[in-house]
Design a protein around this ligand. Structure first.
Ligand SMILES: Cc1cc2nc3c(=O)[nH]c(=O)nc-3n(C[C@H](O)[C@H](O)[C@H](O)COP(=O)(O)OP(=O)(O)OC[C@H]3O[C@@H](n4cnc5c(N)ncnc54)[C@H](O)[C@@H]3O)c2cc1C
Length: 455
């Protein structure tokens, strides 16, 4: 153990491993702290699906051997009444189903091989702040308990966000995330006696009744193994998440009741735009701790790895320049927001809309193809929703009283474009940030109002 590290990373999940590895490869001495034991890193509640393109984005080799369970060509999205299904496939829809533990072990091995020092079975209790700057952390571990010093810190501790919650006050830094922007999720791995139908597609079931403000998924992990679970908007959860899970299986997928349960666990996922400002003095926040999950489908592994890499690079540059204040770390915000963050923020607009529409409206919109399969793929790739409705369709919609749904969808599609452009022009200079933030808050208020139908 060193008396002072260049960089201390808290949490050895996907974001933390990438951040630590990137920084050590660029010459920093790095300590990575993780509460789990080394062999259990990676073991967590997850749908286990990672888009192929995310590996390309961060230059990571594709999973192979025991790390790779299965490959998916795309997803099939079912309307609440099960009457309509969209089949989304193509390059951007291909995904690996990973063995989560093996995947995590690979990431930590790569970080350790590069020279990262791991302190496992050690929990970070809180940051120590001097002159409004994080200078150290207090830890409790099986080998060492006490104070650990670093020049700069990365909070990669997932939704628990142990440093973010107690970070120094700087402009626009959010310590608390709203309950409406969190999903509570639960999943099981089950082995069925029979082969699964359509086993090269992930299945997504939309339903406000069975998964309010979220969705139910069934992802094949083999010809007869599934990862099955759901997310429910936390502010709308009226009962234990496990009860939502059981109700859907009993009523809609009862064949799964005969399948053997290998594992069951739950956790929270943030599903919103990224935190407005993800740096404080001596601190960078990444992954779930920074709310960097795709707000529509809850996939956070890809963006967390991208952000981890940017955070590692930012720490290196800031140390070179000798400025570890939030201003010195600002480039992390710029790089993330102008890249994945812009798409993520525009998808948040669509998330609010989707969470507010009824099952009837969803059935109607999908059966009439107000949005097509191709549009859904484009939305997930670029964060844009196109709407092409003919005059004939409009006359029909007026007749059946569904025009307001279309006009809301139109407004949402325009707002998505506006929000994306706004994030693509995230200010390079922190002095311009307060003005950007005022516009952001107005836009968020507008899309929440339009999305929830209060127009
Ligand atoms: C049920 C469920 C299903 C999901 N399905 C998918 C999916 O299919 N595909 C996808 O891409 N994403 C999915 N996600 C989201 C994805 O798991 C996360 O977005 C991603 O893992 C974020 O990585 P992270 O590194 O930020 O955090 P995590 O992976 O959560 O890592 C945080 C690490 O920090 C450690 N830690 C926490 N607090 C402390 C502390 N105080 N001291 C020391 N260590 C600490 C934890 O033990 C953990 O190892 C799912 C999430 C859930 C809950």
């Amino acid at each position: 153990m060193k008396p002072l590290y260049d960089l201390v990373v808290v949490g050895a999940g996907t974001s933390g491993c990438l951040a630590a590895k990137t920084a050590v490869e660029n010459g920093l001495n790095v300590c990575l702290i993780e509460s789990k034991s080394a062999e259990n890193i990676g073991l967590k509640a997850c749908g286990d699906a990672v888009g192929k393109h995310h590996f390309d984005n961060v230059g990571l080799a594709y999973p192979t051997g025991s790390e790779l369970c299965w490959e998916l060509e795309g997803v099939k999205i079912f309307s609440p009444d099960f009457e309509t299904s969209f089949r989304i496939m193509g390059l951007g829809a291909k995904a690996f189903m990973v063995n989560r533990r093996e995947f995590g072990r690979r990431l930590i091995k790569e970080a350790l091989d590069a020279g990262v020092e791991l302190m496992d079975k050690t929990t970070v209790l809180k940051p120590i702040i001097e002159d409004n700057h994080v200078v150290a952390i207090r830890v409790k571990g099986s080998v060492f308990s006490g104070v650990l010093r670093g020049k700069v810190f990365i909070d990669a501790s997932g939704v628990s966000a142990v440093l973010r919650r107690n970070a120094p006050e700087v402009p626009g830094f959010e310590r608390i995330v709203d309950r409406g922007d969190l999903e509570i999720a639960y999943r099981e791995i089950r082995v069925s006696e029979n082969e699964i139908d359509d086993k090269t597609f992930g299945h997504i079931y939309l339903s406000q009744r069975y998964a309010p403000g979220g969705y139910f998924w069934l992802f094949p992990k083999g010809s007869n193994v599934v990862n099955i679970g759901l997310g429910v908007q936390f502010s709308r959860a009226k009962m234990e998440i496990k009860n939502y899970f059981t109700r859907f299986i009993d009523e809609k997928l009862s064949w799964l009741n005969k399948a053997e349960i290998l594992d069951g666990r739950g956790a929270f996922v943030p599903t919103r735009r990224p935190l407005d400002n993800m740096v404080s003095n001596g601190l960078i926040v990444v992954g779930d701790a920074a709310c960097q999950v795709n707000p529509i489908h809850g996939g956070g592994i890809g963006p967390s790895m991208t952000a981890g890499k940017i955070a590692g690079e930012t720490a290196v540059k800031a140390l070179e320049k000798g400025d570890l204040s939030y201003r010195g770390l600002w480039n992390y915000n710029v790089a993330y927001m102008r890249g994945y963050g812009a798409k993520q923020a525009s998808l948040d607009v669509f998330r609010v809309f989707l969470q507010s529409i009824s099952d009837d409206e969803l059935n109607y919109g999908m059966s009439r193809k107000l949005i097509t399969e191709e549009d859904v793929l484009k939305a997930s790739l670029y964060g844009e929703v196109k709407l092409t409705i003919t005059d004939k369709a409009l006359r029909f919609l007026r007749l059946v009283g569904k025009l307001s749904l279309v006009s809301r969808l139109r407004k949402i599609s325009e707002l998505m474009k506006t929000v994306k452009l706004h994030y693509q022009s995230f200010p390079e200079n922190p002095d311009d940030f307060p003005r950007w933030l005022v516009t952001t808050r107005k836009l968020v208020e507008t899309y929440k109002t339009v999305g929830m139908g209060n127009i």
